[in-house]
Design a protein around this ligand. Structure first.
Ligand code: PPS
Length: 288
């Protein structure tokens, strides 16, 4: 199923047809969760793969076998992907899932079963940079003409997966509605140990000190970059072109400073203020 040039439109957002069909998207939106399920929600490029690795190791109690033998998409599959129904047959318990879908699509299903929901988010200036490079390498996205054009599309919310602002607002404006636990990419960077402890408390799954050490080591950028189960190397070159960029690209905070002009930064900040300025959010980013 290549469908590299196909775009599906669902709930007013555009999604790569390589990974999604109307049927797979409907299946996700009607999915029957169990209260024991764990759902990781992200806008693309916000720390999804990192969190998938952390969650896997929390639930394996530090056993490295799953992260070394199974790709992330088999351990913490995306609800909306075309492979999901098949993957569901092989997944263990508790079931760990991922989604990039917006809140209104999943809220009815989540309200019925109340699984544990984790929303991972990242400074949107770094998201747009990471997303730009990802679109250059992933052939299931249109090739961005320039960073300037891509930035404008990102701010207008016309990129694949829709508006970053709507995504974050949908999931985090009333996090108590679905019991959402919010964590940021920057917090993971700053203090992974404390993040693991907070996740362990939220998930009600204890982790021992030696397991935390193991998670810190195996979820470092350097180690994950070499792990073929997460670094994109399992994906054929016709689908992801590693000559153009890397999936594990830089893994830093603040790379936007190497990409944004002062004018682009100002434009971004204006839009950010306009969209997000009226609310107190569970994150603060260095945007200046
Ligand atoms: S995707 O395609 O939505 O699943 O991408 P996602 O995993 O959300 O985001 C990819 C970015 O996360 C970085 N990454 C990490 N940073 C630090 N430490 C670890 N362990 C780590 N794992 C993944 C990855 O490098 C992408 O960011 P950029 O800025 O492009 O390097």
């Amino acid at each position: 199923m290549a469908r590299l040039d196909v775009t599906e439109v669902f709930a007013n957002i555009r999604l790569p047809g390589h990974l999604h069909t109307q049927e797979s998207l409907r299946f996700a939106s009607n999915f029957q969760f169990h209260s024991s399920d764990v759902l990781l929600v992200t806008y693309p490029k916000s720390g999804t793969t990192w969190m998938q690795e952390i969650l896997t190791l929390i639930y394996s109690n530090g056993d490295l076998k799953p992260v070394k033998t199974l790709p992330n998409w088999a351990r913490v599959p995306w609800l909306e992907h075309i492979y999901f129904q098949e993957q569901l047959q092989h997944i263990g318990h508790p079931r760990l899932f991922t989604t990039h879908l917006p809140q209104p699509v999943l809220a009815p299903a989540l309200k019925k079963a109340k699984p544990k929901v984790i929303y991972a988010t990242r400074n949107p200036k770094d998201v747009v940079v990471s997303y730009y490079h990802f679109q250059r390498m992933a052939n299931f996205f249109p090739d961005p003409t320039s960073f300037e054009d891509f930035l404008h599309e990102f701010l207008a919310g016309t990129v694949h997966f829709g508006s970053w602002f709507e995504h974050v607002q949908g999931w985090l404006r009333c996090p108590e509605e679905l019991g959402v636990f919010c964590i940021t990419y920057e917090e993971l960077h700053q203090d992974l140990k404390s993040c693991v402890e907070q996740l362990s408390a939220f998930l009600d799954h204890p982790v021992q000190p030696d397991q935390i050490d193991c998670i810190q080591e195996h979820c470092s950028f350097a180690v994950m970059k070499e792990n073929d189960m997460v670094n994109g190397r399992l994906i054929p070159p016709g689908i992801m072109d590693f000559q153009k960029s890397q999936f594990m690209r830089k893994g830093t905070v603040g790379d936007w400073r190497n990409h944004f002009s002062p004018k682009q930064s100002m434009l971004f900040n204006e839009k950010y203020q306009q969209e997000m300025g009226d609310h107190s959010w569970p994150f603060r980013w260095d945007m200046a």
